[in-house]
Write a protein that binds this ligand. Structure first.
Ligand code: G3H
Length: 547
């Protein structure tokens, strides 16, 4: 790119934010959303305490210059209010004898189906809020909503299968048994801001459908997009089964955890925040933790890799949703024989990515949801430069308020922060290697162990790498970027990257425990069990089959 072209690119970046009047009406928010209620004990309770402004990551041109767009506000609950919410969830669970926990599986499924039906009607509202709150592109926002609906429907299917498989008695070594999965109790679900709807629901829906009662705390930003769903929760579930809290984690989540009354903790975010909360529980053995944490997934690019395909996957892997995915490729190790071609092709592919506002056609790169992120990325870039790396792409690292144009750093070495830190955004560190020991040792030494991508074509080399890496990370991707989906595949990680496993089927297990009824195979026991089953006296002891 010539100097003049680079200047034009920078000027374009610096005019990314529009006049409000130029935004098409279908993408504008019809009004400010001042949320003054929260869901507790089957009511939308009014909140007249402190609130927090919800500020969009999208800036607008005004007579005073660029100003961030205010989109509304949401409650900042106090410790007392949060503990009231906990009370409601504990009461609804009622030590496992509440209506929801005791309800036959088919009926619980019907409630979730009812919720899904109501949720579908909120698609446009939620998608619009995804764009304004976290800057996700229109296409990706629709994808997030639709993927969540699919996830719920697949979860219902998986639970039916599970229930069918458990609707029978087993006779083993003279013992008759029926084994089912039972709820854990009260579960706190904390969602992330990058997939605020999808990832929150991938823990909350399985927790609910298994008979737990739930307290949901959406991420900030990402709170308001749940507002259109509150009526659907209210109308679809018995009171106290779904409850919401808002505010600062240490104000509202810490006292709930410290009360010792929680049985499950689902959290997607940093291990530091997860551990700070989980360790507050006074009875740690009672708490089941299901955590999706940080990762620093590397790509290993071998000399015989198909470069066009590799670049395409690495662009997706590093920059989908601006690199703000736990599964993003966060460092690329490229073999020395092909590094020059790779850098050239990668920078050229990046320069073709469209940047702009979430609703712009075919946009890939959009503003970032937290105002201080560009500053952090600049720090990483400056630190790497100090140790000899260069930003090799035109315009790399240019900032306009919340927009950070991706910076490709090369050569990246172990002295640099970006070599180790999870950047979670559009800074792309590229390291080179002569011997495979370099990336392999990197993975062994890393605190994280989520996934890796290998690019190459030699079956012997790939097979050897696969066999080594499956014991280091939880998923090895061949000639493909790292990713969570399909949602029927297990999603987990080693070391500081996760606790527990999520997938459509695994999550049902994660939020439940196996309980069984057993009796010695004697005539009187057989008669007893037969009468209970034949006369439908128990929900648990039953051979009813959900169709
Ligand atoms: O942030 C982590 C997400 O689970 C990533 O999901 O790989 O489908 O984008 P994805």
């Amino acid at each position: 790119m010539s100097i003049q072209q680079e200047e034009q690119l920078i000027a374009k970046i610096q005019s990314i934010f529009p006049d409000e009047s130029s935004i098409l009406p279908e993408f504008q928010l019809p009004s400010l959303i001042h949320q003054t209620d929260y869901l507790v004990n089957g009511e939308l309770r009014q909140w007249d305490g402190a609130t927090e402004d919800a500020i969009s990551c999208i800036y607008l041109k005004t007579s005073k210059g660029l100003e961030p767009k205010l989109i509304g506000s949401f409650p900042l609950l106090t410790k007392e209010a949060a503990l009231d919410v906990l009370d409601a969830a504990v009461k609804a669970y009622d030590h496992g004898v509440g209506d929801w926990a005791m309800m036959p599986v088919a009926e619980r499924i019907a409630h979730v189906q009812d919720f899904t039906y109501r949720m579908k009607s909120k698609r446009q509202e939620v998608v619009r809020l995804l764009m304004w709150e976290i800057g996700k592109s229109l296409a990706d926002s629709y994808k997030e909503f639709d993927r969540t609906i699919d996830y719920i429907e697949d979860t219902i299917g998986a639970l039916k299968d599970l229930d069918r498989a458990n609707s029978r008695f087993i006779i083993e070594q003279g013992v008759i048994g029926q084994i089912r999965r039972s709820p854990l109790g009260v579960v706190l679900c904390l969602g992330p801001s990058n997939y605020p709807l999808n990832e929150t629901f991938t823990t909350m829906i399985p927790a609910l459908i298994m008979g737990n009662t739930v307290i949901l705390k959406p991420s900030r930003p990402g709170t308001l997009l749940f507002r259109p769903l509150l009526e659907a929760f209210l109308e679809s579930f018995p009171k106290g089964v779904v409850n919401t809290i808002y505010g600062k984690g240490r104000e509202v989540a810490s006292p709930i955890m410290a009360s010792g009354r929680l049985d499950g903790f689902a959290f997607i975010g940093s291990s530091k925040a997860a551990n700070a909360l989980a360790t507050l529980h006074p009875k740690p053995n009672r708490l089941r933790t299901i955590l999706g944490l940080e990762a620093k997934n590397p790509a290993i690019i071998l000399p015989d890799a198909d470069l066009d395909l590799t670049v395409k996957e690495c662009i997706l892997g590093t920059l989908s949703f601006n690199g703000q995915r736990c599964t993003a490729l966060k460092i690329l190790f490229v073999h020395a024989q092909i590094i020059d071609q790779f850098l050239e092709k990668f920078s050229s592919a990046l320069s073709n990515l469209k940047f702009g506002l979430p609703w712009d056609k075919d946009v890939s790169l959009t503003p970032l949801p937290e105002i201080d992120r560009p500053k952090y990325f600049t720090e990483l870039v400056e630190d790497a430069k100090q140790f000899g790396a260069k930003v090799i792409n035109a315009g790399g690292g240019t900032i306009e308020e919340t927009f950070f144009y991706p910076a490709v750093l090369y050569p990246v070495t172990p002295e640099m922060r970006i070599y180790h830190e999870e950047q979670f955004g559009p800074v792309i560190p590229i390291a080179t290697f002569e011997h495979l020991d370099t990336p392999l040792q990197y993975i062994v030494d890393s605190n994280y162990g989520q996934q890796v991508s290998i690019f190459g074509q030699d079956p012997d080399a790939i097979a050897q790498l696969v066999d080594r890496l499956v014991n280091q990370v939880a998923r090895v991707n061949l000639n493909s970027q790292c990713q969570r989906g399909p949602d029927t595949f297990p999603f987990t990680g080693r070391k500081d990257s996760a606790e527990g496993t999520l997938s459509v089927t695994d999550a049902l297990r994660s939020f439940s425990i196996r309980s069984l009824v057993a009796a010695k195979e004697k005539e009187e026991n057989k008669k007893l069990l037969t009468t209970i089953v034949r006369e439908h006296k128990s929900n648990f002891l039953s051979t009813d089959f959900i169709l």
